[in-house]
Design a protein around this ligand. Structure first.
Ligand code: IPM
Ligand code: MG
Length: 360
């Protein structure tokens, strides 16, 4: 009997709908080969949801996501909604989804593909072989901490503030995700904090160290975030798993992504408690400047679908099949504009999708 999975699709804004179309076609092509069936439900998010309902994350969308086996998200945002009040901006949909689905663990791999080494701005010898997994805490820290706000004192002088806060259980559960990921990789975790200055980071370091005693096979070290930023650019091959908080992970994952030279290639997973649905999405944004022009690179979206098969459904063979189709297409010299190199063949988003289907 074939296995059936219910997937909520959130195409969102900008290039989102174009790249989502490619990922869905790839999933549909893979399904019969592995005796899988997918039931897709498309829901509104981001600017598209604001236009249709006045809210970036309508209740029906959150409900649909919670009731599915996994969520495939493309991207949200665009100039059109940049002047909205902050609680109604498209980006709020991401925070609402993360908070509402309790997606506390964000996995952001930055792996350099041999075919694309020359797309990196760093020297070949620095980036060749880079394979980093950033494990970012996603539902706590300064993104969600209270109190927060902008208030005026009696003289009308305004003060803006946020609170960086972590409880012990919040640190413990993300630390476990980091150590377990390292066990399946090269067995090393670098925990990144700012414990030379911040109290919240002192607790972070203390708890991560305590949890590490349950993982004697994993080597733990600690780095301050400023040094870690420098080390990612100086010698990225020293890293296996980088375990860090919400804000530091936001920043470090962009730096790690750029080692590969092509943010258009990177997938990510946001996971909650065991058994709850996760959200899978490309690391890149909605790229409004190229939206609707058939110029987008759909590969990060397609690789996010592969990550969904692997992490959410435990369908490793189906995930491998998608990843090897991506490799085959790159090996044959086919490229979208963002990863174009001398001697390669330049394709649009639709043609790249067709090339993937042919490779499956
Ligand atoms: C990311 C983004 C988001 C974040 C924004 C768009 C809210 O930068 O997913 O890294 O800061 O988490
Ligand atoms: Mg970011």
């Amino acid at each position: 009997m074939s296995k059936n999975y219910k997937i909520t699709l959130l195409p969102g804004d900008g290039i989102g709908p174009e790249i989502m179309k490619v990922a869905v076609a790839v999933l549909q092509a893979i399904a019969p080969k592995f005796d899988l069936t997918f039931a897709f439900e498309t829901a509104l998010i981001g600017g598209a949801a604001i236009d249709a309902t006045g809210h970036p994350l309508p209740d029906e969308t959150l409900q649909s996501c919670k009731n599915s086996d996994a969520v495939l998200l493309a991207a949200v945002g665009g100039d059109k909604w940049d002047s909205m009040p902050s609680h109604l901006r498209p980006e709020q949909a991401l925070l609402g989804l993360r908070g509402g689905m309790e997606l506390f663990a964000n996995l952001r791999p930055a792996q350099i593909l041999p075919q694309l080494i020359d797309a990196s701005t760093l020297k070949r010898e620095v980036v060749e072989g880079v394979d980093i997994l950033v494990v970012r805490e996603l539902t706590g820290g300064i993104y969600f901490g209270k109190p927060k706000g902008i208030v005026a004192d009696e003289n009308g002088v305004r003060r803006g503030f946020n609170t960086m806060v972590y409880t012990e259980p919040e640190i413990d559960r993300i630390a476990k995700v980091g150590f377990e990921a390292a066990q399946k990789r090269r067995g090393s975790v670098v925990s990144v904090d700012k414990s030379n200055v911040l109290d919240v980071s002192q607790l972070w370091r203390e708890r991560v160290t305590a949890i590490s005693s349950d993982y004697p096979d994993v080597k733990l070290s600690h780095m301050y975030v400023d040094n870690a930023t420098m080390q990612i650019i100086r010698n990225p091959k020293q890293f296996d798993v980088i375990l860090t908080s919400n804000l530091f992970g936001d920043i470090l994952s962009d730096a790690a992504a750029m080692l590969t030279g092509s943010i258009g290639m990177l997938p990510s997973a946001s996971l909650g408690v065991a058994g709850a649905p996760g959200v899978f999405e490309p690391v890149h944004g909605s790229a409004p400047d190229i939206a609707g022009k058939d110029l987008a690179n759909p590969l990060a979206q397609v690789l996010s679908a592969a990550m969904m098969l692997r992490y959410a459904f435990n369908e490793g063979a189906a995930a491998d099949a998608i990843e090897s189709a991506v490799n085959k297409v790159l090996d044959s010299g086919k490229r979208t504009g963002d990863i174009m190199a001398d001697g390669c063949e330049k394709l649009g988003c639709i043609a790249m999708g067709e090339a993937l289907l042919a490779a499956i």
